[in-house]
Design a protein around this ligand. Structure first.
Ligand SMILES: NC(=[NH2+])NCCC[C@H](N)C(=O)O
Length: 677
């Protein structure tokens, strides 16, 4: 299997490179540069290499096909490594940027790497090129004076006429914008592409990356709180998105499972359950256990002493102490697992702070050797180049800190995991911690520009009273209780609508789960993550506005249109290869255009890491779909008998493409829509 992965990786890299070279070649040809000669040679070599890889991949794949069939198949097949890039979805925005870049370079060869801003148009045209204005300044710097409209005209004159399947017409407007109108035939082609190939990822401009997503990361023996819930939800979706793009994703749960608090926990364990080594201790409520031991630690100096001794024993890997530590971690692990199972969070690998024990020694040595550590009141600290706050790498008692483990983890992820991109999900309060880590890692040469790092922060969760989220009695809300309440509220909602009358008990249960977990996730994901977020079941369960309930209903409604035409799901699936969509009606075209924006939205979100953009897109799809459905008959029925008289298959296919796009969005967000609710 590992061998296959390596082949897949190499084949994909080759694909990306071939495609890149194709593009480059096209540009070079158009720009009529003499440097052409070398490229075809390289291209040919890559092609041959790729053909060989594909051939061997084919053999390996056939050999493992049976094994794979029996394994746990993902719901949507991952993009095939041997799928030519041409089969992926096209980002219209990127294509337009490419076209205008070439045209601008041709019109103004003296400007190196011209800026090329293209955006979706709000009026006049589908997209808009805004590059003329910045060029005014650039020309001026070279002593050339030219009006923006004139610049726009010259650029437009260079747009390739032939071979352009995409642009219908362009017009220079206002102070020098270029309005771009797309060809209907192109939009139709893109929608038909969805029917033929399914919702495929767009071509990644930077190729396949090894992406580490560090999320959830609760702490052993402490409450897994709503902050961890946010991290879990946003992190899981971020990882899903990276998966969809075809990256090689590693989901890591950096749990807090190491540190001095284990001394008091183990000392307390020894007292409470003296036979813990032979009999698994029934700890039950670990939070209460934590509180008890903390109380003793604070009040009883003798206990405190034993707690310190226990830490030393644990760190020297004494068997009995390791056993106790493991038992305590197991109790927490079980609790965390319950939450993950209910939220359907999969493939999250536990790699807690304890994993880095030896590596923390190594990183301290590494930093010491580079003379980067300073003494400060017995501590060893490190300053970066730009961040005002130093890291505490070694405490005065010789112990390590959160900073030390994160430095060690960063080193490990870059050098052992070969990460190209590392994404951390924690509350915004940890922003300075990560700034300092990244800053110091750059200074130490651990982090170079080859690796992208992002701290994806999020705001705090508030209760409906706009105060810190707590239970009525002021306790932290247990996540399992919160999820239970979600389930109860979802069922109330369904019975309020008397859905139990038309759904089977199993359908009702599925709908309840879909709504409960869907509403919690969607409420979180649909808001800008930087903002504070008010946790309110009432708001989440509203069926108007951009809520999970609205979106889930919209989806089931679209899915039901085929049924209204007496078509089974299988009929619809079969029609995808025989029917085509034509977007004659204005509302059909509007919907088609929106669907074809999916690839550019995905690329934007992957770059900026703001998932609410996807929710906004989904909402726009749902409302645009309603406009289409109100204006265009898909199924005509005899008013008197209710019999189907006419089915417009092309339109049913447009419904299907819409449903497929929405299904993919749900999948990325970790929601599980149902066919009926
Ligand atoms: N690599 C990391 N620091 N990941 C995030 C860890 C979050 C930490 N355990 C907390 O509860 O706040």
């Amino acid at each position: 299997m590992a061998e296959i992965e390596t082949f897949v990786k190499r084949a994909q890299q080759a694909e990306v490179e071939v495609e890149k070279l194709f593009e480059e070649l096209e540009i070079l040809q158009r720009m009529d540069l003499a440097a052409k000669a070398k490229v075809p040679e390289e291209l040919e070599k890559l092609r041959q290499e790729n053909a060989k890889l594909k051939y061997r991949l084919g053999i390996l794949k056939r050999a493992t096909a049976n094994a794979e069939q029996m394994g746990d198949c993902a719901k949507t097949p991952k993009i095939q490594a041997d799928a030519p890039p041409k089969d992926r979805m096209k980002s219209i925005l990127n294509t337009l940027i490419g076209l205008f870049k070439v045209a601008t370079s041709q019109a103004f060869p003296a400007i190196v790497d011209p800026p090329c801003p293209v955006s979706v148009s709000t009026k006049g045209g589908d997209y808009q090129f805004n590059g003329a204005l910045p060029i005014v300044g650039l020309l001026k710097a070279q002593g050339v004076k030219m009006a923006p409209r004139e610049i726009a005209n010259q650029i437009v004159a260079q747009l390739p006429e032939v071979k352009n399947k995409l642009v219908d017409k362009v017009e220079v407007a206002g102070p020098g914008f270029v309005n771009i109108y797309l060809k209907r035939s192109f939009i139709e082609e893109q929608v038909n592409h969805i029917l033929k190939f399914g919702v495929r990822p767009p071509q990644n401009p930077d190729g396949r990356k090894r992406v580490v997503v560090d999320f959830s990361s609760p702490n052993v023996a402490k409450e897994m709180h709503v902050g961890h819930l946010r991290s879990t939800i946003i992190g899981d979706s971020t990882a899903n998105l990276m998966d969809f793009l075809g990256h090689d994703v590693l989901r890591l749960n950096h749990i807090g499972d190491w540190g001095t608090q284990f001394g008091m926990l183990i000392a307390h364990l020894k007292d409470r359950f003296p036979d813990f080594v032979t009999n698994s201790p029934p700890i039950g409520d670990l939070q209460a256990f934590y509180k008890e031991s903390k109380k003793r630690f604070d009040e009883d100096p003798e206990f405190k002493k034993r707690a310190y001794e226990a830490v030393v024993k644990l760190q020297s890997h004494d068997e009995v102490h390791l056993k106790g530590w493991n038992q305590i971690c197991d109790v927490s692990r079980e609790e965390f697992q319950k939450v993950y199972a209910r939220l359907n969070v999969k493939n999250l690998q536990e790699r807690g702070e304890s994993f880095y024990q030896d590596r923390m020694n190594d990183i301290v040595k590494f930093l010491t050797d580079k003379s980067l550590l300073e003494e400060d009141d017995g501590r060893k600290i490190m300053f970066g180049n730009s961040c005002p706050l130093p890291l505490t790498v070694v405490k005065s008692d010789g112990g390590y800190t959160y900073d030390t483990s994160d430095m060690a983890a960063l080193y490990q992820r870059i050098n052992e995991e070969k990460a190209d991109w590392i994404i951390y999900l924690t509350d915004a309060g940890q922003a300075t911690h990560f700034q300092a880590i990244f800053d110091c890692a750059r200074k130490a040469g651990i982090l170079t520009p080859q690796t992208r790092v992002d701290h994806v922060g999020f705001g705090v969760v508030l209760g409906e009273d706009k105060k810190k989220f707590k239970t009525r009695s002021g306790e932290t809300v247990r996540l399992v209780d919160l999820l239970d309440e979600g389930l109860k509220r979802a069922l109330d909602k369904l019975t309020e609508k008397e859905r139990e009358k038309s759904l089977t008990p199993e359908e009702l249960r599925l709908a309840q789960n879909s709504i409960a977990y869907g509403c919690i996730k969607y409420a979180d994901l649909s808001h800008n993550r930087n903002h504070e977020y008010v946790f309110s079941f009432d708001k989440m369960l509203e069926d108007k506005g951009n809520t999970a309930v609205y979106m889930l209903y919209a989806y089931t409604r679209i899915c039901s249109i085929g049924r209204a035409a007496n078509l089974s799901a299988q009929d619809v699936a079969q029609a995808r290869s025989t029917e085509t969509v034509s977007l004659e009606h204005e509302k059909e075209l509007k919907l088609g255009k929106l669907l074809t924006r999916f690839p550019e939205i995905i690329l934007k979100i992957a770059d900026e890491l703001f998932l609410h953009t996807l929710c906004e897109f989904m909402y726009e799809v749902a409302t645009t779909f309603t406009e289409f459905y109100d204006a265009c008959y898909c199924v005509e029925k005899d008013k008197a008998t209710g019999q189907v008289v006419k089915v417009n298959m092309g339109r049913i296919m447009l419904c299907d493409a819409t449903a497929q796009i929405l299904a993919k969005c749900f999948e990325i967000l970790g929601l599980q829509p149902v066919q009926k609710m």
